[in-house]
Design a protein around this ligand. Structure first.
Ligand SMILES: Cc1ncc(COP(=O)(O)O)c(C=O)c1O
Length: 368
């Protein structure tokens, strides 16, 4: 994986204090207690290969989403599903279309097949569905839509997606990447907007693949388990390309319990929404503008070189993601942490932000 994705070490080199890791959109609360118990119970069986078909988890997901099991494919994180879709549908001379400043793995997975990735311009830090449609050409086979988008955190409504799906030529596959589904649903409920009808498209056999993951609200990023929901024939082709035994048994066991522990994910999403307000408030109080998030991170324009800014924060013991590799050299992405982590971030920000304040209001404009 590229350096843009690599995780930070967990200690800061300067003071040997634990580094507050707000750079990879992980769940700061860890796995749910039920998932942890399942991990403890399963780990003793690690001498055995896992169920290659992930059958118990797959059946559970099918029932959970009201779909037949053939429309569910479990993979080693949803990024593995992305790679399988690209290997199945793309090759040299073909292309996929997505938004600029979107999930960096789209570009890696597409380029690995020899195909091209076309990135449509955004509007107001939000995926512009009209621009994505305009970018589709005769060689396009996949459209990726991260909703909410990473790294900007913004979402498009269910109505906008409905319109979009109706316009996309039927022979293309639309990938609706809903890695932050639980957070986005909660924000949408608070804001009284409609977030997603994606399962309706899958249920009616549309050429749509919905991606979900256990890495975010469920707190299982280190175990690598995600899944795709889509047309059974396409998932069948993808399944044949999967690496054998790619999803560990501990991960499968943990995911089954995590899915059941809806109380836990609800608490995680609720805390996230509260803390989003706190964190955005801290940044805005210092003159930074923040894009409205529907995910578990904030996109913020520092008004200066973000790599330097992130480096100074790191010296204060907080890791955030500078977004130069996404074509946003003055922006950072900050994961929404626990209240305690966010307070440490806010204190670090006040120390680091002194230089920023001195540069005056002109430098503080969003997008500057
Ligand atoms: C939009 C998007 N999709 C997918 C993923 C990856 O998820 P996984 O850990 O399931 O591979 C991420 C993780 O950051 C993401 O931001």
């Amino acid at each position: 994986m590229s350096s843009a994705l690599s995780s930070s070490p967990t200690r800061n080199e300067f003071e040997q204090q634990p580094l507050i890791k707000l750079d990879s959109n992980e769940n700061p609360f860890g796995p749910s207690p039920r998932a942890l118990e399942a991990i403890e119970n399963a780990v003793g069986m690690s001498n055995l290969y896992p169920d290659d078909d992930c059958r118990p988890l797959r059946l559970k997901l099918a029932a959970h989403h009201g779909l037949p099991p053939e429309q569910v494919l479990v993979t080693a994180g949803s990024t593995a599903m992305l790679a399988l879709l690209c290997q199945t549908l793309l090759g040299p001379g073909l292309n996929a279309v997505t938004s600029e400043r979107s999930f960096i793995v789209y570009s890696m997975a597409v380029h690995a097949t020899g195909a091209q990735l076309i990135e449509a311009p955004m509007r107001d830090d939000t995926c512009d569905l009209g621009a994505i449609l305009n970018a589709i050409d005769a060689n396009t086979r996949i459209v990726f839509l991260a909703n909410p988008n990473n790294p900007t955190g913004t979402m498009v409504t269910a109505e906008a997606v409905e319109w979009f799906i109706a316009q996309v030529p039927a022979h293309l596959v639309v990938v609706l990447d809903e890695a932050y589904y639980e957070f986005a649903s909660h924000f949408a409920m608070l804001r009284r907007v409609n977030y997603s009808n994606s399962l309706d498209y899958v249920a009616r056999g549309a050429s749509v693949v919905v991606l979900r993951t256990f890495s975010k609200a469920h707190g299982l990023a280190g175990l690598r388990v995600g899944y795709g929901l889509g047309p059974s024939e396409l998932l069948g082709y993808c399944s044949r390309m999967r690496n054998t035994y790619s999803v560990p048994s501990v991960a499968q066991a943990a995911a089954i319990e995590a899915l059941e522990d809806t109380g836990y994910t609800a608490q995680v999403a609720e805390s996230n929404a509260l803390q989003a307000r706190f964190l955005a408030g801290q940044l805005e109080a210092m003159g930074y503008r923040v894009a409205p998030t529907s995910a578990n991170f904030l996109y913020c324009d520092t008004g200066e070189d973000a790599a330097g800014f992130a480096g100074r924060l790191r010296e204060e013991g907080v890791a955030v993601r500078p977004l130069g590799a996404w074509g946003a050299p003055s922006c950072i992405r900050v994961t929404i942490g626990t209240r305690e982590q966010n307070e440490i971030f806010a204190r670090a920000l006040r120390r680091v932000g002194v230089a920023h304040d001195r540069r005056g209001p002109a430098a503080m404009r969003f997008g500057g």
